[in-house]
Design a binder for this molecule. Structure first.
Ligand code: FAD
Length: 504
């Protein structure tokens, strides 16, 4: 009986590429498909190397790590990771603006009404402070403090959300060790050709520079921007989003750590782009993202180096990309993940998330040897929707601005997707949102960015008129105080790392 079941299963899975995407796929497939009779081979080329950036994440990474059964302390030590409570945006919206996009909630819901409605209503009667004073993540981040979230709804720590910053090279190595322990075979070498089956045009094998051939039933394209299988061999086109997300270049450089380790990513907007700062245990990652239409490479390097806090540890590295996505993520017997599938620039650290949710989706829809069009269509539909949802959120940061430089003028005036225009209109009226369970960015994220970028609601939910102002104001005062004292009671981020997970 078991033998018969295995006969219908994919026998050999080939993953092309060993960056974050390739090794994430290898680890997850090896774990979940264990015992199914499939073997997994990963082909990568040290000479080509990986993109090497991609070091800030969002809280959904916990779901992926739980699926793999990864121990947090072991992972943080192995990857020189630090903790991330959100993103500080400087100069976004207007040149002197600053706001924080937290991973946790604002306050808490009462009577099924979102907290910010109480704050909007209370602010009519007295100064109720900035909304960020009701976010434990923001308060802790501003004080350089950190404690992991707690799932007990009675604890204020349940309001926290967090993710990680890590060394991308060490993360791929960590996942590689994991995958190889579960039997994934790694093959070093450069893929120089991909041959197709005559009968159905699906992929038959990878041809290596050594002349060796790597055959498979099912292929995962993780070859980065090259997209060797999905684009090169199967000719699946690319939907270009440069008119909506104009950045097409980045320069990256590591620097020495200076001062306490911030528990957040910093994104600083400048005349022709924006700069990231990602603190790790052993160094800081920095990069400048820009559009070559508005800034030269020399100007980008100069801006990046001028704004480093510590000494540069290497020469700046240049990267080029086209924002957008594959027209199909799964075509015939090939699924594209990571940069081979698309890229939307790193502003909200969503690329690794997209890799890992696509892997989970693939596992849910994992085929037998007979591919079913409905599975493929469902995978493509859900993945496209997730890309488009994230795209709208990133566009919002660029579009809602009052800056005067040409890049920002262009972004302010460009036509944006109707889905985003509608969301802004809904919020502007009475501060309302409608979220679906599968939405990646929930109310707190949209609220932080909409208000941070200068979009203010003109009213509040009419149901608030039934509330007693004194009660609402008392509740707001109490909550502000509780959260402030909660943040102050936490250890510093550096203390937490030193006590729990300092890398050797
Ligand atoms: P790569 O890392 O490029 O790996 C490609 C693999 O394919 C390599 O192993 C390579 O050797 C192999 N390969 C290619 N061609 C061949 C061949 N012919 N033969 C054999 N092997 C081959 N994501 C985030 O989540 N957070 C961030 O903060 C973030 N910042 C980013 C900043 C920038 C500027 C960029 C460009 C990306 C950023 N990303 C970020 C995205 C993130 O880096 C990628 O999504 C992630 O690293 C996955 O990359 P990958 O594995 O698809 O590609």
């Amino acid at each position: 009986m078991t033998e018969q079941t295995h006969d219908n299963n994919i026998r050999h899975i080939v993953i092309a590429g060993g960056g974050t995407a390739g090794w994430s796929a290898a680890a997850a497939l090896a774990r979940v498909l264990a015992g199914s009779g499939s073997t997994i081979t990963l082909v990568e080329s040290e000479a080509i190397g990986t993109v090497g950036v991609g070091e800030a994440t969002i809280p959904t990474i916990h779901t992926f790590h739980r699926m793999l059964g990864i121990d947090e302390t072991e992972f943080v030590r192995a990857t020189q990771a630090t903790f991330k409570l959100g993103i500080e945006f400087r100069g976004w919206g207007s040149a002197d603006n600053r706001y924080f996009h937290p991973f946790g909630h604002y306050g808490r819901e009462f009577d099924s009404i979102p907290f910010h409605q109480y704050w909007l209503y209370g602010s009519r009667f007295e100064d109720c402070g900035n909304l960020s004073e009701y976010s434990l993540c923001t308060l802790a981040a501003e004080r350089g403090r950190f404690l992991p979230a707690n799932s007990d709804p009675r604890s204020i720590l349940s309001q926290l959300g967090y993710a990680y910053h890590f060394d991308a090279g060490l993360y791929a190595k960590f996942l590689r060790n994991y995958a190889e322990r579960l039997g994934v075979r790694r093959q070093e070498g450069q893929v120089v050709d991909v041959t197709l089956r005559k009968e159905d045009g699906a992929i038959r094998e990878l041809v290596m520079a050594s002349g060796q051939r790597v055959e498979g039933d099912f292929f995962i394209d993780c070859t980065g921007f090259a997209g060797l299988l999905i684009g090169g061999a199967l000719n699946v086109g690319y939907e270009d989003w440069s008119h909506l997300l104009p950045a097409n270049s980045a320069v990256a450089v590591p620097s020495e750590n200076v001062g306490p380790t911030a528990p957040y990513t910093r994104s600083t907007a400048a005349a022709g782009g924006w700069q990231w700062r990602i603190p790790l245990q052993h160094r800081t990652g920095n990069g400048f993202v820009y559009s070559s239409r508005f800034l030269s490479d020399e100007q980008a390097v100069e801006t990046l180096l001028q704004n480093l806090e510590g000494r540069a540890l290497a020469e700046p590295r240049q990267l080029r990309f086209t924002t957008g996505r594959r027209k199909k993520f799964w075509h015939k017997n090939c699924v594209a993940l990571g940069l081979a599938a698309g890229f939307m620039e790193p502003l909200e650290s969503t690329a690794i998330h997209l890799v890992q949710t696509s892997i989970s989706r693939l596992l849910l829809l994992f085929p037998g040897r007979e591919l079913h069009p409905a599975d493929i269509e469902e995978f493509n539909r859900q993945t496209a929707r997730e890309y488009e949802y994230i795209r709208d959120f990133i566009i919002l940061h660029y579009h809602a601005n009052q800056r005067s430089e040409p890049l920002w003028q262009y972004c302010r005036e460009m036509p944006v997707p109707e889905t985003l225009t509608h969301r802004i209109a809904l919020f502007r009226n009475r501060g309302r949102f409608f979220e679906r369970e599968e939405d990646l960015f929930k109310t707190a994220s949209w609220l932080a960015v909409l208000m941070g970028q200068g979009i203010q609601p003109q009213g509040y939910h009419p149901v608030m008129e039934g509330k007693t102002p004194q009660k609402v104001l008392g509740m707001l005062r109490e909550m502000r105080e509780l959260l402030r004292s909660g943040a102050e009671a936490m250890p510093t981020h550096d203390e937490f790392i030193a006590q729990n997970c300092r890398a050797p």
